[in-house]
Design a protein around this ligand. Structure first.
Ligand code: NAD
Length: 348
């Protein structure tokens, strides 16, 4: 059976979801994409062969610009098995009430929605099985995805965590967001402690003791996390490096190869011809991994906000529809999307 997919929203996340779903054409078919605005992105979608749908009141706007539309959002929902909602934060919940729920359709939401939009807040490494058979799932945000993968690596290796403290330096805007900032500032975001990221990690791994603080800075390329994980048992630096070497979606970047900054990570992705210069793994600076007193692990990692959640969305579809098991899904996703960490040897 090929699963029929509809995508709502064709922005930063939606356009990447579409291209990723297309890779797995033996499993999924994109029936259409809902876009409210006729613009250059709509033209690109059509040129890539995607069928566009819009809201009935917007049909004329598309007609005026000569951008072909196949029908209304309601019609698309009727045709699909599952919806990937990649609309801006808090729009997804409205769409759920207005369209997905009344039409009895499964949907995957993104991290900009509150956790209660769905039955499960999802990360493939942490809780794939919890999404099996569920109707509504939320793939957590870019920062939460990165932290959750990192914590899962310890838990999957049987290491007990006492507490996690993470300091997030957030990109001020995505590259295309011309109206956002800051442009000459470092903004505590929020001023208060904790930032929402720690509580958000707990929506996936409830038992974890985590506190996060965040600032926003004038960059667009990636977020940077400085993390301290205090363990309940002793480890060596070699143990920790080996553990990450065995963990899918965590890439170890070596200083010896001059991976010294986030700009170099993105340059690497661009030079490698990765679509849009995307880097879907946690970009973990290997040289930053430090173990103090045997229990305290410190590290620094980059998070490519525009693409890190894409593999998780693919896995979420498979989990919800019970198409395959956790590790087979992760392996398939990572191979298909060409993650540099695919092909790692792991036996969890
Ligand atoms: P975006 O603004 O780039 O794209 C959203 C798109 O949805 C826009 O093109 C907008 O026109 C369209 N849209 C608005 N209302 C719509 C509706 N009713 N129906 C269909 N389309 C509609 O936003 P984004 O960055 O792609 O974020 C989408 C979701 O992903 C949010 O929940 C966000 O928090 C989450 N997310 C974003 C990032 C990131 O860094 N950009 C990372 C992880 C998760």
């Amino acid at each position: 059976m090929v699963v029929k997919v509809g995508i709502f929203g064709y922005g930063t996340i939606g356009k990447r979801l579409a291209d990723a779903i297309k890779v797995f054409s033996d499993e999924f078919e994109i029936v259409g994409i809902v876009k409210p605005t006729p613009d250059y992105e709509a033209e690109i979608a059509v040129s890539k062969g995607y069928k566009l749908y819009t809201y009935s009141e917007k049909l004329k706007d598309f007609e005026k610009l000569g951008i072909p539309v196949q029908g209304t959002a309601e019609e698309l929902v009727d045709k699909v098995d599952i919806i990937l909602d990649a609309t801006p934060g808090k729009v997804g919940i409205e769409m759920k009430k207005k369209l997905y729920e009344p039409k009895n359709k499964s949907a995957i939401f993104q991290g900009g929605e509150k956790a209660d939009v769905a039955e499960v807040s999802f990360n493939a490494l942490a809780n794939y099985d919890k999404a099996i058979g569920k109707r509504y799932v939320r793939v957590v945000s870019c920062n939460t995805t990165a932290l959750t993968r990192l914590i899962s690596s310890f838990l999957l290796h049987g290491l007990k965590i006492k507490r996690v403290r993470a300091y997030l330096v957030r990109r001020g805007a995505d590259p295309k967001e011309h109206k956002r900032g800051p442009i000459n500032d470092v903004v505590p975001d929020p001023l208060t402690v904790p930032s929402h990221h720690g509580p958000d990690v707990k929506t996936v791994i409830p038992e974890i003791d985590i506190v996060t603080m965040a600032v926003a800075v004038p960059t667009t390329i990636m977020h940077l996390h400085m993390v301290n994980i205090e363990l309940q048992e002793k480890v060596t630096r070699e143990d920790v490096v080996k553990m990450f070497e065995e963990t899918p979606r965590i890439a170890l970047l070596s200083g010896a190869k001059r991976f010294n900054s986030l700009a170099q990570v993105i340059e690497w992705a661009r030079d490698m011809g990765k679509p849009r210069g995307d880097f879907m793994e946690n970009a973990l600076f290997e040289d930053s991994i430090t173990v103090l007193d045997g229990y305290d692990v410190y590290l620094t990692m980059g998070v490519h906000q525009e693409s890190i959640v894409i593999p998780e969305n693919i896995d979420a579809i498979r989990a919800m529809l019970n198409l395959t098991s956790k590790w087979s899904s992760i392996e398939k996703t990572d191979k298909g999307l060409g993650l540099i960490t695919s092909g790692k040897k792991y036996s969890f």
